[in-house]
Design a protein around this ligand. Sequence first.
Ligand code: NAP
Length: 553
Amino acid sequence: MTAGQTSTSTADYDAIVIGAGFAGLYALHKLRDQMGLRVRVFEAGDDLGGTWYWNRYPGARCDIESIHYSYSFSAELEQEWEWSEKYASQPEILAYLNHVADRFNLRDDIEFATRITSAVWNDDRGLWQVGSGDGSVSTGRYLISGAGNLSVPKNPEFDGIDTFVGEVYLTGKWPHEGVDFTGKRVAVIGTGSSGIQAITEIGKQAGHLTVFQRTPNYATPLGNAPSDPVRVGQVKANYPAVRDVARSSFIGVPYDQAHPSALGVSPETRRRIFDECWDEGGFRFFIDTFQDVLFDKAANDTVSNYVRERIRERVSDPVVAEKLSPTNHPYGTKRPPFETNYYETYNRDNVRLIDVASSPITAVTENGVRTAEGDYDFDVIVLATGFDAMTGPLLDMGIVGRDGRKLSDKWVDGPHTYLGLTIHGFPNLFLITGPQSPSVLYNMPLAIEDHVDFVADAIDHLRRNGLDTMEPTLDAETKWVDHANELAQATLLPGTDSWWMGANIPGKPRVCLVYLGGAPAYREICADVVDKGYEGFTLSCEGVARQLTPTQA
Ligand code: NAP
């Protein structure tokens, strides 16, 4: 075989992509249209959109500004699309993704209603055999997971849920026809980002709403508004520079850098900075205040106290206000939710709050919810109880690597990846925004583009050098896992039960699932790996390893 040729002709496809959300759509466009690869996308849903296809609950919207939470790969797309609001609602984001699919003619290469149930590496043939629920099998040289980070809803944990005679809905699998809550007695269980968005809307419509809260959250204002044409015009006139600044910022939005220390300024200055970020809304309050709030408990106390004070100002009943004020974890150690009139919802006559930390839910009965303190009857129960995040979607696919090793065995004590993108023992498998990459702490469309571009460049590199397989070394993987864990241990995050730590799923290993070094540092590391000839990877052709020197890379 000569350079530039590979044995991909033996596979049905050069690349198989799983999922047709933001990641899968861009991967298809990049690999098919820019690289000329034969690509097939398999999508479990009946249509495209991923997260934005499934999460149709009332109030669902993004919490990164839409001019930033959007693809950057096409200047024409950036210019032509108009967001009606600063933070787009779910229907508008889904419309955007459909526009992208139409504009780049993506639908023809997506197989809908096809859930991948097995993905097995065939070492003899050097390809992945990918099986779906209907028994069909396809083969591909490269397997790219765009299955998402929050796409497997947590199984309901309540005994008797099947006996409930009313309606039960999961926020993460919301019915397409919508739900009419008018005049109904509704329960919402869960007060994370999904619950907070849904509660605010359902409270306006339901006859009566009961919220079951186990852990109060530090929700801060989203600051949504209609799109400002002047600001949008400024961004559109400078989009490449705006994206550059975004990618140079910790979470991939072009916000200011936080001030060094909450304890290093006077109380007046601290208050002013908190007030300014609070008023600006969204992630500014999380990342634009002080750099030490996630590292130093005393610094964190200043922001936690501030949020509690602001909650108390907005809730009329002091007992309810106290229940809504988090005290068992520091601000920001759970993923911060953002809200619009969430706290005012509890001032409504038709809304009540039940604390299930002190009196847990013991069962769901035929008629409603049972806690240690009594029974509550409902017509509808909404489960906003979260997801088996990050690792759940990957472990759900029956992935088996070299020598028959199951991913579920390899990850029995938590994820082991190199760069959050690849896994030793699982050649040519790429995880778009996988665990131990910045992923959910990086503006998702940009995180996805960075990863897809890395994968595309890697495949291109292999092909140009007559190679067909890449796999990280065990040593590189071990060092990456240690590095990711060390970063996490330096923060306050490991002390809190959160889905970031895998602590929301009984029995799940408690390990930080997110790379906490920030997008800019992570991007530098990835660029350095490439510059050094894919350092940490073994590159081979038909099983014969060949490490290129940096000058050949
Ligand atoms: P989540 O943050 O994990 O929240 C789940 C909620 O359910 C928590 O309040 C949890 O309480 C509660 N819960 C779970 N099991 C329970 C049980 N057995 N009994 C009582 N309460 C229980 O899930 P989510 O709200 O779906 O959000 C997940 C992530 O999705 C977010 O953090 C965010 O990254 C993303 N998201 C983003 C947006 C957006 O605006 N862009 C919107 C929605 C979601 P505990 O805290 O006590 O466990």
